[in-house]
Design a protein around this ligand. Structure first.
Ligand code: BTN
Length: 144
């Protein structure tokens, strides 16, 4: 008869091992993206929520760029090491809003990378202009 204890041990190791071997990707810290924009994300609270600041390198407006606040949340990790997340930047120098969603990865060299997609909503005066009010794009962030 097969012994239950060693079998249970092997089974539990098989379940736990993948999460033990993987490096964790952590959102908190300073990041720069492929456009040269800088972002700082603060500590996550117990619900995975965070706040931070964003200094964009580019703007769709003619306004002078200023540091802007961001607010977001990270999905429950459930033992996983590469969490998904989303955040909103409420631009302080323009009447637009950007939402980012993405995933925090650890690459083959052990470096953390945020792969994101964003929607930038501009303010338009007339509903007939709604069709042209949203831009979409991607950004990749590296830890500073
Ligand atoms: C605006 O121009 O109204 C506000 C600044 C928008 C900057 C956008 S958000 C998406 C993209 N990624 C960046 O780092 N900057 C641009």
């Amino acid at each position: 008869m097969v012994q239950a204890t060693p079998l249970l041990l092997v089974l539990s190791l098989a379940l736990v091992a993948p999460s033990l071997s993987k490096e964790k990707c952590v959102l908190t810290g300073r990041w720069m993206n492929d456009l040269g924009s800088n972002m700082t994300i603060g500590a996550l609270n117990g619900k995975g929520e965070f706040a931070g600041s964003y200094l964009t390198a580019v703007t769709a407006t003619t306004n002078e760029i200023r540091v802007s606040p961001l607010q977001g949340s990270q999905q429950r990790t459930n033992g996983k090491s590469q969490p998904t997340f989303g955040f909103t930047v409420n631009w302080s120098f323009s009447d637009t809003t950007t939402v980012f969603t993405g995933q925090c990865f650890v690459d083959k060299d052990g470096k953390e990378i945020l792969k994101t997609m964003w929607l930038l909503r501009s303010n338009v005066d007339f509903i007939k202009d709604d069709w042209k009010a949203t831009r979409v794009g991607t950004n990749t962030f590296h830890r500073l």
